[in-house]
Design a protein around this ligand. Sequence first.
Ligand code: UD1
Ligand code: CA
Length: 462
Amino acid sequence: MVAVAILAAGRGTRMKSDLPKVLHSVGGKSMVERVLDGLAAIQPERIFVIVGFGQEKVQAALAHIPNLTFVHQSEQLGTGHAVQQVIPHLEGFEGDLLVLNGDVPLLRPETICTLVQTHRDNRNAATLLTAQFADPTGYGRVFCTDQSIVTEIVEHRDCSPAQRQNPRINAGVYCFNWPKLMEVLPHLQSDNDQQEYYLTDVMKDLSPAMAVDVADCQEIFGINSRQQLAEAYAMLQERIKTQWMAAGVTLIDPDSITIDTTVHIEPDVVIEPQTHLRGHTSIGTGSRIGPGSMIEDSQIGPNTTITFSVISDSIVAAGAKVGPYAHLRGHAVVGENCRIGNFVELKKATLGKGTNVAHLSYLGDATLGQQVNVGAGTITANYDGYKKHPTVIGDRTKTGSNSVLVAPITVGADVTIAAGSVVRKDVPDDCLVVSRAPQKIHEGWKPAHLREANPSAELPPS
Ligand code: UD1
Ligand code: CA
C-alpha cells in the first residue's frame, strides 16, 4: 500500500508571480499535474496535496482529478513541516509514503515505480532519488556509505566548504516506511540556516535509508525560476519529439516545432517547420501538417494536408486539404476529401464529404451537405447583432461568388445561387436563385470629360 504526499504549499518567490509556482504550465499542463501524472504506474491508495499559498487556485486547477485530498499548511515552515500535516490523515497506516516535490515535473512513471520497488525489495525505512551533478549548487547534498546507505543530507546553505564538494544531490523524491517515519517526523528541529523544519533531517535517524541514482538527470530538474521553467519546457519538448520520431513521425526542423504531451500522432505523419500541436489533438497517418500551422484540441484524420492554417476545437476527416491561411474553430467539422482554401474561416460549420470552400469565405453556424461548392467570397450572415442563426445547404448546391446567405436560412439540394446574390428566404431543391439588382446597359454612354458635343448633357437615369 502506498500513499502519496505532493508538496505544493510554497509560493515560489523567485517566479515573481501571483500564480502559485506549481500552477505554472510546462507544455500545456501545470507542474503539479505533471507530478500527478508521474503516479500512473503505482496506483496509490491515497494522494495528499499539501497546499498553502494560493490554495484556492491550486484546488480549483486540480478539481477535475478524482480522489485527491487537499491538506492545508497554513504557514510554510519547511518541507518536514509540510509532511507533518498528513499525520492526522494517516493514523494506523502501515504502508509506504511517497513524497514528491510539486516543482519537479519531469519525473517519469517508471522512475517512481523503480524507487518504490527498490524500497520494498530492500525493506528500507527510506529510499530516495539522487544524482551526481557537475554543478550541484543549491541542492541538498547526500552523504552515503559505499553501499549507498544514507548517513545524512545537508542543505547547500548549511554545508561546510568541504561538504559542498560532494556532487551527490537530493532530488526531493522519497519513499518512506510510514510507521518508521512516524518515529522521527514529529521530532524535527529547525536548527538550520533557514530556521525551517527540513524533511531531509529524518534521514540520519532512519535505518536503512538508501540512495538510488536516477538514470536520466533531467527527470529530477526542479523549477524555481522562469529561466528554469523554460529549460524544463525545452527538455520536455526534446523528450516528446524523440518519442514521436521513434514512433515513425517525420519532423522537419524539429527545433521549430512544439508538441504538447497530450497530442497523439500516427506513424507516417510529416510535421513541417513552425508547426505547433497543442492540447488534445490527434493526427492520422499519412497526413502532412504545416509549415506554419497551429492545431489545438482537434482531431485530424489520415491523409490530410494542412498548410499555414490555424485549427482549434475542430475535426478534419480523411483526405481533406486545408489552407493555406484557413481558420477553423468552434467545432468546425470538415468531411472526407473536402477542400478548404485560402482565407476561409469556419466556425461551428459542418461540411459533408467532398464539399469545397476554396476561397475567401466565412461560414458560421452552418450545415452543408456533400459535394457542395461554395463560391469565392460566399458569406453566411449568421449574426443579427443580437443572436446567431443557422444556415443549411443541401447536397451538390453551388453558391455563386460573393453571395450572402442571411440566416436563419435553408437552401435545398442541387441549387445554383447566382453570383452576388443576397439570399434571404428559404430555397427549395433543384432551382436557380438570382437575388440581386438586374443589370442595365446604357448604350453609347461616356464619362463627361469624353463627351465632345455636349459635355453637360444629362446622364441617363440609373
Ligand atoms: C528541497 C530539498 C533539497 C533538494 C531539493 C530538490 C529540503 C529541506 N530540501 O530543497 O535537499 O535538493 O528540494 O529540488 O527538503 N514546500 C511546502 N511547504 C513548505 C516548504 C516547501 O509545501 O513549508 C514545497 C514547495 O512548494 C516545493 C517543495 O516543497 O514544491 C520543495 O520546496 P523548496 O523550498 O523548493 O525546497 P528546496 O530548497 O528546493
Ligand atoms: Ca525547489
